[in-house]
Design a protein around this ligand. Structure first.
Ligand SMILES: Nc1ncnc2c1ncn2[C@@H]1O[C@H](COP(=O)(O)OP(=O)(O)OP(=O)(O)O)[C@@H](O)[C@H]1O
Length: 201
């Protein structure tokens, strides 16, 4: 379970938010909403431990994420708004390298299965620079399938995806949550996925 209490965030001279508390249990997902600049990305970065909160604490299974360190990172996947693929590497290489950087060993078979499920069959050996924007996003999203992480933290995951890919990703999040996974995501569109709650910033 992911919990946060009393979170506040200051950017430059501005206090973006304060007193934010949340809890996401297995089988639940949280839809973080708010206007442009409200602080959604800032909150996600605090939740995954990339930015320190001005006040408050984030806990994973009751332990502070700061104290857990690597142990927490292994159990979650964070896909940031500006997450990028490495343009000169193939889709397959990108996926295997990001797995290695996350500290897990991803066999080629598993990586290919994830890419095929994301609709990238026939594109796996091409340098990513020749793929379309939406296909590049699909390469990033394949990380969700390649890793068996309990917590998915996704910043605007539907950006650049076509209608079919949006449906596929909604389906994946739904399956993940139905199987006892957890997710926190930002999106300006509504999503018909069971187990969701909204947090308005
Ligand atoms: N490192 C920083 N230094 C100064 N200001 C920052 C920094 N990072 C973010 N901000 C500011 O904090 C505010 C919130 O940014 P953030 O990216 O969290 O918003 P958001 O809700 O995700 O917005 P969007 O919907 O446009 O993606 C913005 O005004 C932004 O300019």
């Amino acid at each position: 379970m992911l919990t946060a209490t009393g979170l506040s965030c200051i950017r430059g001279e501005r206090r973006l938010f304060s007193g934010i508390g949340l809890a996401v249990a297995p089988g639940e997902w949280l839809h973080l909403q708010g206007e442009n600049g409200a602080g959604k990305t800032s909150l996600l970065r605090i939740l995954v431990g990339l930015t320190p909160a001005a006040e408050g604490e984030v806990r994973w299974k009751g332990e502070s994420i700061g104290a857990l360190g690597e142990e927490f990172r292994r159990e979650m996947v964070y896909l940031g708004h500006h997450a990028a693929v490495k343009e000169d590497l193939t889709a397959l290489e990108n996926l295997q390298i990001s797995a290695a950087l996350d500290g897990s060993d991803l066999a080629e078979r598993g990586a290919l299965a994830a890419l095929f499920r994301m609709g990238l069959k026939g594109r796996e050996e091409l340098p990513v620079r020749v793929l379309s924007q939406g296909q590049k996003r699909r390469v990033l999203l394949a990380r969700l399938l390649a890793r068996k992480a309990a917590l998915w933290v996704l910043d605007e995951p539907f950006t650049a995806l076509d209608v079919k890919a949006v449906q596929m990703l909604s389906g994946l999040i739904g399956e993940h949550v139905a199987a006892g996974g957890m997710a926190v995501l930002t999106s300006h569109q509504s999503m018909p996925i069971a187990g969701g709650r909204v947090l308005q910033l």
